[in-house]
Design a protein around this ligand. Structure first.
Ligand code: PAF
Length: 284
């Protein structure tokens, strides 16, 4: 498993791989890996000749009051986990000073509503940071396939749109959410939770399951479903950021429950913001 820090060295490595005609699967991460990330890497290994994983805590996707400084980092542990998978060819770990030189001036921004809804409401500017860094990484890695987790579904939808709009020759593969035994979606940020908070955290998944079963039982009233989810969270004194039912491809609010529906929520457990979602296909 090669480890590359230098961007020019990465360009040269990719040129070599491309010359041999090997397909490239790319998994971008911010490190502090967990089973969710590893599931993406394994899938990339099954579907490509070469697998590249990036580890880069992208400073420009964190707001001024967010957790960039305290974002968990453990490169040694990450590299050990990746090596044990035996399918990773290269880990790209660029430095912030090289990714964003002092005179850095070019940002990639979706001008539609996608970055302003759901998480975008409480995290203004976050998705410009994400689209900009992934655009840069894709220019460097030139992957045939890009692997993203459904856990960050808004991010995946936005990146899919960027890739389509900017004609990147890469297929987006969205992989299922990986959960702890008690249903909590895996996230590097789960490490912020105290033992008591950790015990409470599965309530997010449980509340989404309420929405799922209401729909399965034939409930068609979107507000009624949102109210039930809210009721469950309010009862446990959980601070809700949002609970939305939107179109899973466009992220726009649904008037009727039809087609591919994304039920997405963000809550605060103590100071930690957790997100989760579920996708349901409702035949027309
Ligand atoms: O999901 C993440 O970890 C990040 O947003 C990503 C896609 C690696 C970009 O920094």
């Amino acid at each position: 498993m090669k480890i590359i820090v230098d961007i020019k060295e990465m360009h040269d490595y990719i040129k070599k791989i491309k010359k041999r005609g090997s397909s490239i699967g790319f998994v971008p991460t911010m490190g502090y890996l967990h089973e969710g990330h590893l599931s993406l890497v394994r899938r990339a290994g099954e579907e490509n000749k070469k697998v590249i994983v990036s580890i880069f805590v992208n400073p420009i996707q964190f707001g001024p009051a967010e957790d960039f400084d305290k974002y968990p980092r453990d490169t040694e542990r990450d590299l050990k986990m990746l090596k044990e998978l035996k399918c990773v060819d290269c880990v790209f770990m660029p430095e912030a000073k090289d990714m964003y030189k002092e005179d850095f001036a070019t940002y990639v921004e979706l001008k539609n509503n996608m970055p302003n809804v759901l998480c975008g409401v409480s995290r203004p500017g976050h998705f410009v940071g994400v689209t900009t860094v992934v655009a840069k990484l894709l220019n460097i890695v030139q992957s045939d396939r890009l692997y993203l987790g459904q856990k960050d579904m808004q991010q995946a939808v936005i990146l899919k749109k960027m890739i389509d709009d900017l004609n990147y020759d890469t297929e987006v593969v969205i992989c299922p959410i990986v959960r702890e035994k008690d249903g909590l979606a895996m996230s590097s940020r789960n490490t912020y939770l105290s033992p008591e908070e950790r015990e409470l955290a599965p309530i997010l998944h449980q509340s989404l399951q309420i929405a799922e079963s209401m729909i399965e039982l034939g409930e068609k009233d979107i507000e009624k479903i949102r109210d039930e989810v809210k009721r469950k969270l309010n009862k446990a004194n959980i601070k809700i950021d949002y609970i939305e039912i939107v179109d899973a491809d466009t992220l726009q609010k649904k008037e009727t429950l039809q087609g591919k529906i994304l039920i997405a929520a963000a809550i605060y457990i103590g100071k930690t913001r957790l997100i989760d979602n579920t996708i349901i296909n409702i035949p027309d």
